[in-house]
Design a protein around this ligand. Sequence first.
Ligand SMILES: N[C@@H](CCC(=O)N[C@@H](CS)C(=O)NCC(=O)O)C(=O)O
Length: 232
Amino acid sequence: MDSDRVKLLGTWASSYTHRVQLALKLKGVEFEYVEEDVSKKSPLLLLNNPVHKKVPVLIHGDKPMAESLVILEYIDETWKDNPIMPENPYERALARFWCRFADEKLGPAVGMVFRSTGEEQKAAVGQVYENLKLLEDELRDGLFKERRFFGGEKIGVLDIVIGCGSYWLCVFEEVAGVKLVDSEAFPRFHSWLRDFEEQKEVKEIIPPADKLLEYAKGLHQMLMMMNQEQKP
Ligand SMILES: N[C@@H](CCC(=O)N[C@@H](CS)C(=O)NCC(=O)O)C(=O)O
């Protein structure tokens, strides 16, 4: 077993997988990418993430680990070049806080917009707006004020976490027929996202928009059919 070998189990449309791919790219770490079919999980995935049975899973030598936020910190502590976590403990705490906000509040609200219709969808759009407003305020007046990225001049952990989910916002807007990233309501967030998407490493990992759109349309159709079936 080569103790330096890095293998990533992921799936192409997963923003959690993209987080890890982007961090490894920013660090210049060579890795082998293994595409998983999450509807037919491989023995390798089940063996290496028996608790959640989800991707991404990073295997460094013979050491497997799961959960993208955990993996990102491991990557930063293992490969020191181009740090993605802030050096200052308070800033590190805040970066972790906002990463959890992305996973526990913003992400679920966006998911609900995609899954729901009518009044329920309206309420979910309201929740996305509330959450984006919080980020907008942080970028304009908070800790991240006057920074190009959340991480400073360069992409940091929070850019990776929020950015890798945010390209879905435009896809969902088109499929669900709603407006989410309003450039007038959220000018700083909007320009940050455009800047993030223009980065070379980001362009290399985000799948083409038409492929994401086709995937999202199929998924949306399936979810809408399931909603219909569940109606009394
Ligand atoms: N909290 C996890 C979420 C990972 C996740 O939801 N992965 C999805 C793909 S996007 C998955 O493997 N789903 C398979 C399943 O739920 O069975 C992380 O941050 O890594």
